[in-house]
Write a protein that binds this ligand. Structure first.
Ligand code: SF4
Length: 358
């Protein structure tokens, strides 16, 4: 079948000019492809790179991952964020081990049924590992296609999603789906970039609608504007006799399964004053037997749908916590054994508490 101008030129560019290197590139092992794709969901390549290498070293095969201590897996994931990915990683590893005898299914629909695997990841595994003709559709692909075809239908609308899926499948090189899928994503990341695409050296410019109409920086279009929820997290580092109180986050919320210090959450900032009198602390401590030894600056972390602000207040206790509310006292030196949110790690690293090596 004759390939389109788009497909032919993209494949030629890939052969002659694509210099993008990544440790998982050209990988054929579905386990490693899956691992890299889960890490790369909501994570930049540069950030995910070392995590991928660390995971492959710790868990060279799916059996090792499926049978590993969950806390160890979460510890290795620490700092990557979006921890539901890690939870799904463990669930899928166990499922593959038990139901598929440790081998990934090559079928797109079976891949799609696994925890944490959506259409993009299923298409990536199916095409890279099993040469299945399934087009990937991610932000890079949408950008390249919307510009090349001059499509201003919002990519996040129902009709936009359908349109881009069909177009991606239509342009796919059905004989070399894995190579094509990687090529279009690399092209989007290095040539047809979100800002200032290098149209002057682009092999598609002759027929690129956005280039010919001067709209490259205006496409693609998005429908929804995300409104972010604002949360204030006040972490009280309660220290008693060389031990610190922590608990595991078990609610359906951010940082599920990670550990944290004593937390008081508010919708608005607390006016700095007497920290020992903060509402909610009374049931835990007796202010007469507690001393505030330090307060941190305000920290901020942006998540996709939330902005987290917060502060760390270190308190020396002369008597243990009154009620434990799920908090356990652990030796300060053991803190590094527990997976913690990046928000807390940033603070601890600034305080020179070395968590990775203990
Ligand atoms: Fe993207 Fe510019 Fe190439 Fe069009 S000409 S595909 S906008 S880099």
């Amino acid at each position: 079948m004759k390939k389109s101008f788009f497909t032919q030129n993209l494949m030629r560019w890939n052969k002659d000019a694509n210099r993008r290197e990544m440790p998982w590139k050209n990988e054929k092992d579905p386990y490693k492809i899956w691992l890299s794709e889960i890490i790369l969901q909501q994570t930049r390549v540069e950030q995910g790179w070392n995590y991928y290498l660390r995971f492959i070293k710790a868990f060279p095969g799916i059996s090792k991952l499926a049978n590993s201590n969950e806390q160890k897996v979460f510890k290795l994931w620490e700092g990557l964020g979006y921890y539901s990915r890690c939870k799904n990683l463990i669930a899928t590893a166990k499922l593959i081990e038990e139901q598929y005898a440790g081998r990934f299914p090559g079928d797109y629909d079976k891949l799609l049924a696994l925890p944490g695997i959506g259409p993009y990841t299923a298409a990536a595994i199916a095409s890279f590992a099993f040469n299945q003709p399934k087009a990937v559709v991610d932000g890079n692909v949408i950008r390249v296609l919307s510009r090349f075809k001059g499509i201003d239908v919002p990519a996040d609308s129902l009709s936009g999603k359908k349109l881009f899926n069909e177009l991606a499948q239509q342009f796919l090189d059905k004989e070399n789906p894995g190579i094509y899928n990687q090529a279009i994503m690399d092209f989007g990341a290095t040539v047809c970039k979100p800002r200032n695409p290098t149209c002057d050296i682009c092999i598609l410019r002759k027929r690129c609608n956005a280039f010919l109409t001067g709209r490259a920086n205006d496409l693609p279009v998005k429908e929804k504007k995300i409104t972010k929820k604002i949360r204030w997290l006040y972490y009280f580092i309660m220290i008693y006799k060389g031990k610190v109180y922590i608990r595991k986050r078990t609610n359906k919320d951010i940082w599920h399964n990670l550990h944290e210090f004593v937390l008081i959450e508010t919708k608005k900032a607390i006016t700095p004053g007497n920290w020992l009198q903060v509402a909610g602390l009374k049931q835990l401590i007796n202010p007469e037997y507690a001393i505030v030894s330090s307060t941190s600056r305000i920290y901020t972390q942006q998540l996709t749908h939330q902005t987290i602000h917060g502060q760390f207040i270190e308190i020396r206790l002369q008597i243990p916590l009154k009620a434990n509310l799920g908090y356990d006292a652990i030796p300060l030196g053991k803190l590094h054994d527990y997976p913690l949110p990046k928000f807390m790690i940033t603070y601890l690293e600034e305080k020179n508490v070395n968590l990775r090596n203990g």
